[in-house]
Design a protein. Structure first.
Length: 295
């Protein structure tokens, strides 16, 4: 069905707008439906492509047709919507520079939000020196050591510690003025946020217990917990930050949205140096005055 939607959609665009394949591909890329021109050609020639790609192109071509022609797919054909007052909007073609950015942005965008435990493990098991977890409450992070099976998370941390890799965890100081201001503001849209200050006091104890167990094991790597006094702007998960192999995940905190649902961006020093340095320098500034907890 999706291939039919694409093929008939292209036929409609060619008839009404005289667009060729490359024009359609460039317009779809401007709408952020990114795929190679050869892929579009393969679809039209009935050559096999991935189902995920078919879905992407199908959604894109339907959006383009709706915006420029006021047609939508219904009952196995394109039908004129005929909405009163509709005005066509010409989608421009992505420029060569924009095409390069779209195809090679240098980062991965996880729009659904917080990564799975396995994705997180896959990310930090490549570390060679250091792992930094920087968040607000560290509730989810600390719970991985207790509520999940050891093989899901804890065992992977131990393997890294045995290799001499250091873990540094940073959470907002629940006793600072910045914490009160932050949670008081967020509670206007999310009532439960104000409860976090009390919860965080328990989390500090939980992290202290985790640290104690790790310290007693005598691993070459260290596990440290710090509190900072800044209004939180975003989450960081950084690997080997001060080295050429540095990579990072960040998630900006969107007002009115649960932090776990905020999109996550993943990139490295190698894939996008300028973007990486902006966030790495920000993280360094946020943690420079952090205090180690003493349990």
């Amino acid at each position: 069905m999706e291939r039919t939607i694409i093929k008939e959609g292209f036929a409609l665009l060619r008839k009404e707008k005289y667009y060729d394949q490359l024009t359609v591909v460039r317009k779809l890329k401007y709408l952020n439906y990114v795929f190679a021109a050869a892929t579009f050609s393969n679809i039209l020639r009935d050559i096999k492509v991935k189902d995920k790609t078919l879905s992407l192109v199908s959604r894109g071509i339907q959006e383009l047709i709706k915006v420029e022609l006021d047609f939508f797919w219904q009952n196995k054909k394109y039908v004129k919507q005929g909405k009163k007052g509709w005005q066509p909007n010409e989608v421009r073609e992505a420029t060569p520079k924009e095409l390069s950015i779209f195809l090679n942005p240098g980062f991965v965008f996880h729009v659904e939000g917080r990564l799975t435990v396995q994705q997180k493990v896959d990310f930090f098991t490549t570390a060679q020196k250091e792992v930094i977890e920087f968040g607000v409450t560290l509730n989810t992070f600390s719970s991985y050591f207790i509520s999940r099976k050891d093989r899901d998370f804890k065992s992977h941390v131990k393997v890294q510690l045995q290799k001499g890799i250091n873990f540094k965890c940073y959470m907002l100081d629940p006793e600072c003025n910045e914490a009160s201001i932050y949670f008081e503001d967020r509670r206007r849209e999310q009532k439960d946020e104000i409860k976090n200050i009390e919860v965080m006091r328990d989390i500090i104890l939980r992290l202290g217990s985790i640290k104690k167990d790790i310290d007693e094991a005598g691993y070459p790597g260290t596990f440290e917990v710090f509190t900072y006094k800044h209004v939180p702007y975003n989450y960081f998960f950084a690997i080997d930050g001060g080295t050429p192999n540095g990579k990072i995940m960040i998630s900006h905190y969107i007002y009115g949205l649960q932090r776990a649902k905020c999109p996550v961006m993943e990139f490295s020093k190698n894939s996008n140096h300028d973007l990486y340095m902006k966030y790495w320098n920000s993280l360094r500034n946020l943690i420079k005055d952090a205090k180690a907890i003493r349990i």
